[in-house]
Structure formats: C-alpha cells, structure tokens
Design a protein. Sequence first.
Length: 428
Amino acid sequence: MKLRRVLLAVALVALHAWLISILAGGPADPFDGGGASSGAAQTVHNFPDARDLPPAGWTGPVFHLSQSYPQSLPASGNEPWLQYDFRTQTVDYLGAILGYALDGNVAVDFQGQSNAVRTWYHAPWLHANALKGREFIHGLTRERDSPASSLAPTQTRPAENWAVSMYNPPGGYVLGQVWANRDAPDPTHARFPVGTVAFKLIFTTATVAEVPLLKNDLEWQADIDRATDAGPRPTLRLLQVDVAVRDSRADATTGWVFGTFVYDGNAPGATVWDRLIPLGAMWGNDPEQLGTKGRLTETVINPAARGLVQHLGYEGRLNGPIDNPASSCLSCHSMAQVASDLSQPTLPSVPPAGASSATLAQYFRNIPAGTPFTAGDESLDYSLQLQNGIANWAQATGVRFPPPAGPRGIEPRMLTPSEGVRITPIGR
C-alpha cells in the first residue's frame, strides 16, 4: 500500500506538470522526459509553472517558468562588474550588476525567457508548497514575514514578503544539470561557474502609509491569497533587490559576492530602478570579528543607505530589511546543501537565540564555493533556490526509489529516504 501511495503521488505530480505544460504548448506525454541535442537550449522537463492555474476568465499576466536551460556551458563575456573592485568600489560594482540584471528584463516585465538581450532562468519545484509556493501571476514565492516596526517605525502590523529570482545563462546551465533527470535531481552538479549572476526582486504587502519610502513604487498584483475567481489580486510593492555573483576575486573567502538594494521613494531618479539604493555587499562573514565589535573587513555598508533600514545582519554584517537580523546573507545561503539520505532533517538556517560562541563560529565561517556546511553532505553552492526546490520535490513525491533513468541516458543520483522524507525548505 505504501508503495502504491508513493507511485500515485508521483503520477499526480507528473500529471499536474503535464496539464500546465500543455497550456504553455509543451509536449503531450506527461512522462516523456523530452530530450535535447548537446548544445541546444530546449525545454526538456516540463516543470509546473505555479502552484495554481489561472482561473477561468483571468485576463492579467501569467507566469511561465523559464526552463529551457542551456545544454552546454555558455561562454563568459566581458562582464561589466569586473572593471570594479568590490572591496573599494562597492557602489559602482553593485550598480554594474544591477544594470546587467535589469538589461532587457524591465521591457518584458521580468519574463526571463522573453529577454532579447540574454535569457534568464528560474529554479524549478518552488511551486509545490501550500504556504509559500509560486503564485501564477509573477511566479512569486513567500519569503520571511516582516514583524511590525521592522520595515519602518510606522509599520504597525506584520507584512508578508514575496519574491521572484532568476539566474543568468551560466547559472541556468547549472540548474539544468542538477535537474537533468526531473525525477532524480543530482546535487553533485551544483557548482556554479565564475560569472554566474542571480538576482531577486522582493515585494511586500506593506502599504505606503506603513512604510513611506514605498511611495511612487513598482506595484504588482499577486495571487497570494489563492483566490478562485478572476477578480483583482492584492497589490505588492517593490522593497528590496538582492544580487549574488560568483567572482573569482572572492575565492580567498567564499567565492561569492552578495549585495542588497533597498527602494527609496524619496531618492531622485526618473524610474523606480533609479531609486534603488545599494545597501552594501559582502564576500565573507568576518569570522575573526565575531563578538569583538571590531571593524568588519568583508562587509561594506553604504553610509548613504544605512538610514533607510531598521536593522542590518548579525553584528553589522549585510542583510536586507526583510532578512533575519540574527544572520547574514552569506551565512544563511551557506546552508544550501542536501544529504544523500533525505531522512536527515534540515538544519536551522539561523543560529538559535543565545547560541554559544562555538555555534556562532560554525554559522559565520567562510565556506568556499561548492563546499557543504556539513561535512559529508552535498553542497548546493549557496543556492537556496536549489535547496528548497529539492526539498519540495522530495516532500511532494515521497521520492521514487529506485529512481527512473533520466533523459539522454543520464544516470540518476541516488537521493534516498531511509526513514521517510525529513528534508524541508530553508526559512529565514
């Protein structure tokens, strides 16, 4: 009976993916893994776009997962951020990355597959979560909620925050390699090449009255209440933009540079994007400065933006306004990993209250790119998108074991649940 229930769950998930793919013009066979010739960029997975289909009569935007992942590693170009030193020219460095991320995306309302400059890609399996799964309008997933007063002194109630992330072609290639067998993700391929860029647009339900800096902002409707009719959906406003870059100049610490922008409706500028203010960047966790109150040398905070946020990360390390002040951007993302036995529970992504100095030292290590937080686990190379997707997949399917052979003859990675699936998405 247990095996029948597992197989039924897998079949239902596959059927759901097929129904959505048919609406998007995908292949007709729900169990056909597709197949792509080497070097071609083709949709081979048919992962579902969102948690729910648009209701009958819906006339607004509809999100489609950008999943035609490159089948060979794209050549690196003349990346604009490389002309700047992220340590000493932090604002210029972050500005170059933001410009790169926005290029071609603004014109198509961040439908990455329609970008005429370069295609951007989404990580799959972020739809399958009852509370946080992708909504169907813009593909937003639920992030950490903001307690009252954490965004502004005038914020009198908690706010929900929702976000969508995308990867550039080198990052998209890695997503496709991890998920080459849609029934058996292989975390050993989660090694992002230098030049990978990911960015995240984070929207909030907070109103302008609650957070005055949100005036004259970008507003999106989002199906966050999971309504069943075709009426208007709640309005969200852009609050924060995160970026992450695999930069070899940071190899001495983590190999990654993380940055955050905050929206300031009082800033000059003709567009919303002109009013995004860089909050700072980090490329390491300053492990030698834990508890010392000493000057951080692996985080730079922009003095012009400090007054826009109510808090930073732990002891002044970088974190955005929606993020947990007990952590940091790099500390949280360093938890992206998966055990080969999916019965192992996911570790907390934030140090517990009152953590000992030894525990804090574990959380605020400088972990090199491609190295797991826990020895013996498989690193997902700072990608919580991959971690949460694999966790959602495992929970939704119960993990089909042994897994079926993948498309193109790929041998599947054996992720197994010896005592049931206990891996969970990482929250912040």
